[in-house]
Write a protein that binds this ligand. Structure first.
Ligand code: MEV
Length: 320
C-alpha cells in the first residue's frame, strides 16, 4: 500500500541509448576491430506495470497483445520469453510500454537498445539482479533474429557508457575521446537494412571474389587501428581522411545507398574533414567530422537543405 491508503503501483524501468560506430562496421562481424561510442542524444525507455488481462505491449509500431505482435517485432517477443523463463514468471500479466527517441532502423542500434531496455525493465520489475553477461546473452539472441549474425557491438554500445575499441569475442578496451573536432550525425530518413546488408556481405566473402572482399574487410580493420592512433594523437585531419577511405571500402561492399552518398558528398562539399555511413547502411545515418562547432553547424544546415531528416552534433572532447 502506498500513501493515503492508495495501492502502490509496481513498476519496472529499463533504459538504453543509441550508438554511433565511428569505424569498422561490417568488418567487425569478421573479427576486425571497430571503434564506437554511446550516443546519449537518443534514448530508449521501457516501463513495465501490471495488467489484469493478457500481457500487452505499446510502442510506435504496435499496440496490443504481446502474443499477437507482428513478425517485425519477433526479436522483442524473444527477449520477453527468455527473460520471463529465466525469472520463472511465464504467466506474469504485464503491460510493457516502449518510448524511444532513437530513430528506428537508422544504424543507431535501436533494435539492440530496445532489447537492452526491455531486459533491464523486466529484471527491475521483478526486483532481480541482472549481470552484464546475462544482459548481453539475452540481447544477442534478439539481435540474431533482427540482424542475422551480430558482432555484439550494438548490444554492448547501447548498454555501456564509454567509447570502446571492440573486437568480437574479445575483451573490449575503453577509449578516451579528446579530439579537437566535432562529429555531425545526419539521418537520411530512409530506413537502413542491416540484416540484408550483413547477409549480402556474407555472400560476397563466400562468393567468386572472396579474396577481393576479404582484403576489403582487412583494409577496414587497418583503418580502424590507424584511427585509434589518430584519436590518441588528437589528429582530426587524419581521422577525417580515414573516415572517407572507410566510406569508399563500404561502398565497394555495396552497403551504402543513394541517400547516404548524397549526404556524405554534401558534408564533404561543406568542408567536412571526412564523412561516411554509420551502422549497417543501405539507408540510415551518416557521420561527418568537422574541425569545430561552427563548421559542424554549417554542415548540419547543408545536410538539412540536402534532405536530412534530422542532424545531431556530438562533441568529441572530454568523453571517456
Ligand atoms: C550494425 O550496427 C553493425 C554491423 O557491423 C553489424 C554488427 O556488428 O553486428 C553492420
Amino acid at each position: 500500500m502506498g500513501v493515503c491508503g492508495m495501492e502502490e503501483i509496481k513498476i519496472g524501468r529499463g533504459f538504453a541509448h543509441g550508438k554511433i560506430i565511428l569505424m569498422g562496421e561490417h568488418a567487425v562481424v569478421y573479427g576486425q576491430p571497430a571503434i564506437a561510442f554511446p550516443f546519449p542524444a537518443t534514448k530508449m525507455e521501457v516501463t513495465v506495470t501490471e495488467t489484469s488481462g493478457e500481457p500487452t505491449i505499446d510502442c510506435a509500431f504496435y499496440s496490443g497483445v504481446l502474443a499477437k505482435m507482428p513478425e517485425l517485432l519477433e526479436s522483442l517477443r524473444k527477449v520477453a520469453e527468455l527473460v520471463l523463463t529465466d525469472l520463472n514468471q511465464q504467466s506474469a500479466k504485464l503491460k510493457i510500454k516502449i518510448e524511444s527517441s532513437i530513430p528506428a532502423e537508422r544504424g543507431m542500434g535501436s533494435s539492440a537498445a530496445v532489447a537492452v531496455a526491455l531486459t533491464r525493465a523486466l529484471y527491475n520489475y521483478f526486483g532481480r539482479k541482472l549481470s552484464k553477461k546475462k544482459l548481453l546473452t539475452i540481447v544477442a539472441a534478439a539481435e540474431t533474429i533482427a540482424h542475422g549474425n551480430p558482432s555484439g557491438l550494438d548490444a554492448l554500445m547501447t548498454s555501456e557508457e564509454t567509447p570502446l575499441y571492440f573486437i568480437k569475442g574479445k575483451e573490449f578496451c575503453p577509449l578516451t575521446l579528446n579530439l579537437d573536432a566535432v562529429l555531425v550525425v545526419g539521418d537520411t530518413g530512409k530506413t537502413g537494412q542491416t540484416k540484408a546488408a550483413v547477409a549480402s556481405v556474407a555472400e560476397k566473402i563466400r562468393g567468386s571474389k572472396a579474396e577481393y572482399y576479404q582484403k576489403n574487410l582487412d583494409n577496414i580493420g587497418d583503418l580502424v587501428k590507424r584511427s585509434r592512433g589518430f584519436l590518441e594523437k588528437n589528429d582530426a585531419a587524419s581521422l577525417g581522411k580515414a573516415m572517407s577511405e572507410g566510406q569508399k571500402l563500404l561502398k565497394e561492399l555495396d552497403v551504402s545507398s543513394y541517400e547516404l552518398d548524397h549526404l556524405i558528398e554534401t558534408a564533404d562539399s561543406a568542408g567536412a574533414l571526412g564523412a561516411k555511413l554509420t551502422g549497417g547502411g543501405r539507408g540510415g545515418c551518416m557521420i561527418a567530422l568537422a574541425s569545430d562547432r561552427k563548421k559542424a553547424e554549417e554542415i548540419c544546415l547543408e545536410l538539412t537543405l540536402a534532405g536530412a531528416r534530422a542532424t545531431w552534433i556530438y562533441e568529441m572532447r572530454g568523453i571517456s
